[in-house]
Design a protein around this ligand. Structure first.
Ligand code: SAM
Length: 481
């Protein structure tokens, strides 16, 4: 589209948008910028784009307004099995090495589709895992998919797609992994849908990596066709966070157009035929690893067709009967003498540190020591729940969260985690209840107060996240109850 707004206005708008959202609109993309403003105008109660543009430049925007604007300006284009060379390297090189390493001890895989749009990328990864890991049921797989556009997330969670999403997909995909519906659309198989957890996360604003939003200790981050729309500064910040979110030896997969050794300078670029991937590693290791992966041209990834299947301030009815049972357990816990305060902190610090590096069994051992040393501390039970959740031990995680709530019924993050746990298991009514509790409890906190155990997350931000999550629940409830 040819821009029709005055150039001076578009220039100011593009500068404003870069500051507010991190999205980059050079002159060649002013048509896209204008189209986005036109689409956003009704949401801001304007009937014409120019008045809306001028108002945006003059009014202080709330974070919600900012996100509304960004959701209209960001591009959601995506489809199944997009950019096959990168996927091929993932399936044929990265994954086998990872499986071999982990098979001996913790059978755990953590993958993040960052900027997942309507879910095609995350489901593509889930389907690859399903085809390539014969004993998948024995693995604890976390496949996190995040975006900042709630409409995209809703569609992703429904898992219903039209033919256009399959425009570059292998023929077997629809036949083997989807059910055709009466309206001509295709629904992803429930077992694949359950492999993916869709969550809200804004790269510009939110805190990550964090145990809170399950973004730490990742093995592989796919962030494709996202960074290209960011300013250089925003890209640096986001990739720096990704670097910290990965375990040592973890991989960042961007699209070919986005690779940049300057912007991704903390990573080691590793060249494969048809794709360059970015690895997090200690400097001394980097050269050797680079050599190891410099494979020759004839090792081009197989086509996917050929892949072989290898007492609270809350109302009384909002607390749970389980709390009573948990109360007895906590009360019965052994009464060992209390150590010095500084000594007490060591186990929980160690637990945090191990968990951040993905050493979950060790983290849990430290957590247990922390609980023995200070059993009435709700934060220890909460941390333990977070680690158990990462290990896929959801029922025990839930018990730990209930313990945390027994000790501190107003523990906002414990309610939030319970909401997330119920949501991830399709119990939307319970999820709704816990998210509701979070909003009730947050009323007591000033917007800018940093919540305990929340890695810098403020009360205001958590309220926004939970509101957004709640907005996505009723439709899911209709689909699942
Ligand atoms: C072009 S899509 C890419 C989808 C998928 N990764 C792929 O390659 O097919 C870009 C996605 O990034 C999301 N995005 C853009 N800016 C973001 C931000 N600041 N935080 C989170 N998601 C963002 C958009 O909402 C959009 O869904």
């Amino acid at each position: 589209m040819h821009p029709t707004l005055p150039s001076s206005l578009l220039l100011r708008l593009s500068e404003f948008v870069a500051i507010q959202t991190g999205l980059y609109f050079p002159r060649e993309r002013w048509g896209d910028l204008e189209r986005g403003i036109a689409a956003a105008a009704p949401d801001f109660n304007f009937s014409d784009r120019e008045s809306c543009a001028r108002w945006l430049l003059s009014a202080p925007l709330t974070r919600h307004m900012n996100e509304t604007l960004a959701s209209h300006l960001s591009v959601g284009e995506t489809y199944f099995f997009r950019e096959k060379p990168g996927l091929g390297v993932f399936g044929e090189q990265i994954l086998p090495e990872l499986l071999q390493r982990r098979r001996q001890n913790e059978r755990r895989l953590r993958i993040w589709s960052a900027g997942c749009s309507t879910g095609e990328e995350a489901y593509t990864i889930a389907i690859l895992l399903d085809r390539l890991i014969p004993d998948l049921k024995d693995w604890n797989v976390t496949l996190l998919a995040t975006d900042f556009n709630p409409k995209f997330l809703r569609k992703a969670a429904q898992g219903m797609y039209g033919a256009w999403s399959f425009r570059d997909a292998p023929v077997w995909l629809r036949e083997q992994y989807f059910t055709r519906k009466k309206d001509g659309r295709f629904e992803i198989l429930p077992r694949i849908r359950k492999m993916v957890t869709f969550s809200y996360l804004n790269f510009a604003d939110d805190v990550y990596p964090s145990l809170l939003n399950n973004t730490s200790a990742m093995d592989v981050i796919f962030c494709r066709n996202v960074l290209m729309y960011f300013t250089a500064q925003q890209t640096k910040q986001v990739t720096g966070n990704f670097h910290r979110a990965l375990v040592d030896g973890g991989w960042l997969i961007v699209s070919p157009a986005e690779g940049s050794n300057t912007l991704l300078s903390s990573f080691t670029p590793v060249e494969f035929p048809g794709a360059v991937l970015y690895r997090k590693m200690a400097n001394a290791e980097s050269h050797m690893q680079n050599l190891k992966y410099c494979v020759s041209e004839h090792q081009v990834p197989q086509s996917f067709r050929e892949i072989k299947v290898a007492s609270s301030s809350l109302p009384v009815e909002q607390t749970e009967p389980v709390v009573a049972a948990v109360a007895i357990q906590v009360a019965q816990a052994d009464k060992s003498p209390a150590p010095q305060p500084d000594e007490r902190e060591i186990p929980s610090r160690m637990a945090h540190s191990c968990a951040n590096q993905g050493r979950l069994s060790e983290a849990l051992e430290w957590c247990e020591r922390a609980i023995v040393a200070d059993k009435m501390n709700s934060a220890h039970h909460y941390l333990s729940a977070t680690i158990l959740q990462e290990q896929g031990r959801h029922d025990i995680a839930m018990q730990s969260l209930m313990r945390a709530l027994y000790l501190d019924p107003d523990f906002v993050l414990a309610h939030f985690s319970l909401g997330n746990l119920h949501q991830s298991q399709g119990r939307y009514r319970e999820a709704q209840r816990y998210f509701g509790n979070v909003l009730l409890l947050l009323r007591k906190h000033p917007q800018d107060e940093i919540l305990p155990e929340a890695d810098g997350l403020t009360a205001g931000r958590l309220a926004e996240i939970v509101t957004s999550l709640l907005a996505s629940l009723p439709q899911l409830a209709a689909a699942n109850t």
